[in-house]
Design a protein around this ligand. Sequence first.
Ligand SMILES: Nc1ncnc2c1ncn2[C@@H]1O[C@H](COP(=O)(O)OP(=O)(O)OP(=O)(O)O)[C@@H](O)[C@H]1O
Ligand SMILES: CC(C)(CO)[C@@H](O)C(=O)NCCC(=O)O
Ligand SMILES: [K+]
Length: 258
Amino acid sequence: MLLVIDVGNTNMVFGLFRGERLEGSFRLKTDANSTSDELGLYLCEYFQRFGLRLDEVEDVVIGSVVPQIMYTLSSAVIKYVGKTPLILDDDLDPRLPYVACASEERLGPDRAAADVAAMVKYGAPLVVLDFGTATTLDAISPEGVYLGGCITAGVRVSIDGLFQKTALLPRIELVKPDTVLGTTAVGQIQAGAVLGYIGAMEYLIRRAKTEMGGKSIKVVATGGLARMVADNTDLIDIVDPQLVLDGLRIIYEREKKS
Ligand SMILES: Nc1ncnc2c1ncn2[C@@H]1O[C@H](COP(=O)(O)OP(=O)(O)OP(=O)(O)O)[C@@H](O)[C@H]1O
Ligand SMILES: CC(C)(CO)[C@@H](O)C(=O)NCCC(=O)O
Ligand SMILES: [K+]
């Protein structure tokens, strides 16, 4: 079995693969104050509960966008799984070629993993969206080259920002209202945040496709709000909740074969 861990800014997702099959997954808060024993014990409990054995784990792959938790998480994996984790970008190369550009900066490993998985599972050219703490959009050429993309705040982040910076506005649930014209503060924020977000996504997808120039570009979305956005627009073709986990697995398998 392969254990992959997608460390996001809000949550860590642990995924267990037997071959290509995702046998199970669970989420823990990304909390830099956790101890390695806390993380390790959650891991043990999960395995026990689902009748899985930690000694069946052959390797552990981590893709992280939160450097502050890596020492603790790696220590937990070493102590409780008995394996030294392979870290995406340090030990494993996502092998995602870039369009020629001046910057040496590279994509966050979560995005690289999602992009690689989307190419393998659905074929380029692609637009890949990830609706996590941040929302990201990536464009992949027909040849599988990363062309560029954009980053914006996730809906939760922007709503929480609004709540924190205003005296009278309430913190709201993310529910999609039927109309833009709300009659309560809650309804109006939902209209602005949720419908506005869907509109923004449609604009970004359309423009990305135009800038890419080609035809038959598939649009794949992952992350917490992918379903909700996809249900309210025709511009998203595929929703795949396990894109990042699959990407971590695929990158690991490629490296192992070579
Ligand atoms: N059914 C839902 N209704 C409302 N909000 C949701 C729902 N499901 C997920 N979300 C929100 O969507 C956002 C993205 O979720 P997702 O699980 O992809 O990312 P995350 O784990 O929070 O972020 P990261 O991967 O950056 O840590 C979160 O802020 C979450 O609160
Ligand atoms: C953009 C986020 C926060 C999305 O999770 C993450 O991928 C990240 O921190 N990336 C670093 C820079 C980049 O992806 O371009
Ligand atoms: K994520």
